[in-house]
Design a protein around this ligand. Structure first.
Ligand SMILES: CC(=O)SCCNC(=O)CCNC(=O)[C@H](O)C(C)(C)COP(=O)(O)OP(=O)(O)OC[C@H]1O[C@@H](n2cnc3c(N)ncnc32)[C@H](O)[C@@H]1OP(=O)(O)O
Ligand SMILES: CC(C)C(=O)C(=O)O
Length: 576
């Protein structure tokens, strides 16, 4: 670190307080009756991925040729038709990669590659050399135009900066015909546009346009970047609308946006910029790029999709896209990153889980039916993400979410009234562990509490048959062991559970009341079984559930009653 920089950093002592003089607000753009606030997006813009250039130049270890190749293929698969493949004059890797793309004919017919160059003769010539043989190419020229950069970086006045841009454009225009096999499109970026005075940004852009002479049939691209994000998204929209309103020959120019994310509003700036007249967007997957990154094209495209606009980009397998991105860039997508983060389709809290569970159950599954699940603005399945991870359990979770996990992952359909009882058991487990509980842990807790419950009651033998007298009645004969003594009991009932409870009561073994009974088939691998749930009121007035698994519904019903009785004998302060 140089001494002046070091001294300055050492002198800096935290944030200024009170009247802030170190920074100033961005002056508002004078724009009468701005129109963008009442515009509505109805179509997707032209997308241009700059992952292989702006994204790549920001990586601690830039991608090698193999990684760039893998990323290029991914971008093509997703559906990008314009891809900035590099900065050919920057390094041999950049140059070689572009040559391989062209020489090995790896660029699909409908994809246009784009290359970036500074306004310097040697770099422009090298850039043109790099793309010889490409069928369609965007030659992208940039120079910074902001007062700060004019003064600090170039030490040049406005006319000299315009001269720099004009000379470079002339050179590109002169060299373009040497790309005889290529359709050449020209792009000019007044870099740091958002920090440039609007009248100067207009002046230099028009000077470049005058040299290139685009037509409505043969447009050039004017890219207006928010190179560094210094103001709110509405200011950016004003800037874009201002330029669109004032630009001569507007119909011969495609207005492109290129927002960065320094204030965390790169996506918002791009969205408002589109309302204001932007027609094309440059950005990267998951917002990789300089400092806080470029605008995230995944978010931008899926935001549109969520509002019913086909983005023309396919993120149906977002996990795979993310994995390739992470492999090539060595960057991680944070767990809360929109659409792609590990946790973005997961609810831990009780009320969210409850609403999601109900929403999922009520969701119309007809293809194309309106998506209406609370707390899930988009169907995770559209992005190839599974439902399994939607509800995860910790101490903030509720009974609905717990029941959802048991049903979705283990096929157990607990009666609604039972959710609260088992919910309390899990709540207490989560409180004790202080951590998230896996679905396997929840299932184990259920098995332990119900299927494996032990106590004084044991079923030795059971026979339940349809009654000869009435079709809706069953007759139950059972042998029960209570505290080591075996008793044979018998009774009739409307269902197996009721007949079994009747038999126990007649034998004076329980004196309980059956409040509810429910059963469903239960499949484990190739094994077909049945699960039953009963709610019982004991002689002592306790109300509680029992559940059991058995080869058939009759056995499951009787065992569920036994389970409830055994549980009533245990001390379950948190349950009963
Ligand atoms: C906002 C953006 O993302 S812009 C894209 C930025 N990307 C990159 O820079 C990645 C690739 N860059 C590189 O590999 C190198 O910087 C190169 C090959 C382009 C140039 O390398 P070098 O000439 O060795 O060094 P360097 O970048 O420091 O050059 C700075 C010089 O270029 C000038 N310069 C900077 N940008 C431009 C421009 N767009 N047009 C013309 N000149 C420029 C500076 O004023 C400075 O001039 P000076 O030497 O007279 O002071
Ligand atoms: C070169 C330009 C487009 C750029 O990367 C920026 O302004 O951020």
């Amino acid at each position: 670190m140089t001494t002046p920089v070091k001294n300055r950093l050492e002198a800096a002592k935290g944030m200024q307080k009170g009247r802030i003089t170190k920074y100033r607000p961005y002056p508002p753009i004078e724009l009468e009756e701005r129109r963008w606030p009442s515009q509505v997006l109805t179509t997707a813009p032209i997308w241009c991925s700059v992952d292989l250039r702006d994204g790549n130049q920001a990586l601690p270890t830039p991608m090698g040729v193999a990684e760039k190749m893998e990323m290029f293929k991914l971008l093509v698969e997703i559906g990008f038709k314009e891809i900035e493949v590099g900065f050919p004059s920057a390094s041999q890797i950049e140059f070689d990669f572009i040559r391989r793309l062209i020489e090995e004919e790896l660029i699909p017919e409908d994809v246009t590659i784009q290359v970036l160059t500074q306004a310097r003769e040697d770099l422009i010539r090298r850039t043109v050399d790099a793309v010889k043989g490409a069928k369609k190419v965007i030659l992208h020229l940039y120079n910074s135009t902001s007062p700060q950069q004019r003064k600090i970086v170039f030490g040049l006045e406005k006319p000299e900066i315009i001269g720099l841009a004009i000379r470079a454009t002339r050179l590109i225009k002169e060299l373009a015909p040497t790309l005889s096999e290529s359709q050449v499109i020209f792009e000019y970026t007044p870099e740091s546009f958002a920090l440039t005075e609007m009248d100067f940004a207009l002046e230099i852009s028009e000077a470049v346009i005058d040299v290139w002479q685009p037509t409505p049939e043969n447009k050039m691209i004017l890219n207006l970047p928010k190179t560094v994000e210094i103001a709110m998204p509405n200011v950016h929209a004003d800037q874009i609308e201002w330029i669109c309103r004032h630009l001569r020959n507007r119909e011969a120019v495609i207005i492109s946006l290129h927002t960065h994310n320094d204030r965390g509003t790169g996506v918002a700036s791009a969205e408002l910029g589109l309302l204001a007249g932007g027609e094309r967007i440059e950005g990267t997957l998951f917002g990789n790029g300089e400092r806080t990154g470029n605008v995230d094209l995944v978010t931008l495209a899926l935001n549109m999709y969520m509002e019913g606009i086909d983005p023309g980009l396919d993120f149906s397998n977002l996990d795979r896209i993310r994995a390739i991105h992470e492999k090539c860039t060595h960057m991680e997508v944070p767990v809360r990153h929109p659409y792609a983060g590990d946790l973005v389709f997961t609810a831990f809290s009780g009320s969210h889980q409850d609403a999601i569970r109900k929403g999922m159950a009520a969701q119309d599954t007809t293809p194309g039916a309106l998506w209406e699940v609370p707390y899930l603005p988009i169907d995770p399945a559209d992005l190839g993400r599974t439902y399994e991870a939607i509800i995860r359990i910790n101490a903030q979770s509720g009974k609905g979410g717990i029941a959802y996990v048991l049903e979705q992952e283990f096929g157990l359909q607990l009666p609604k009234a039972m959710h609260a009882e088992f919910g309390r058991i899990i709540q207490s487990l989560a409180d004790t562990s202080g951590a998230e509980l896996s679905s396997a842990q929840i299932f184990q807790a259920f098995e332990h509490e119900y299927f494996q419950s032990e106590g004084p009651y044991q079923l030795e033998n059971l026979s339940i048959e349809q009654s000869n007298h009435a079709s809706d009645t069953v007759s139950c004969t059972a042998q029960i062991r209570v505290d080591g003594v075996v008793r044979k009991v018998q009774a009739m009932g409307n269902n197996p559970a009721q007949a079994f409870v009747g038999a126990l009561n007649q034998g004076d073994l329980a004196n309980c009341k059956l409040l509810s009974y429910q059963a469903h088939p239960y499949t484990q691998g190739s094994d077909q079984q049945a699960t039953a749930y009963v709610q019982v009121q004991t002689a002592a007035g306790k109300t509680l559930f029992g559940a059991a698994l058995d080869a058939d519904a009759n056995g499951a019903a009787a065992k569920a009653v036994i389970c409830a009785l055994n549980r009533s004998e245990q001390i379950h302060q948190h349950v009963i």
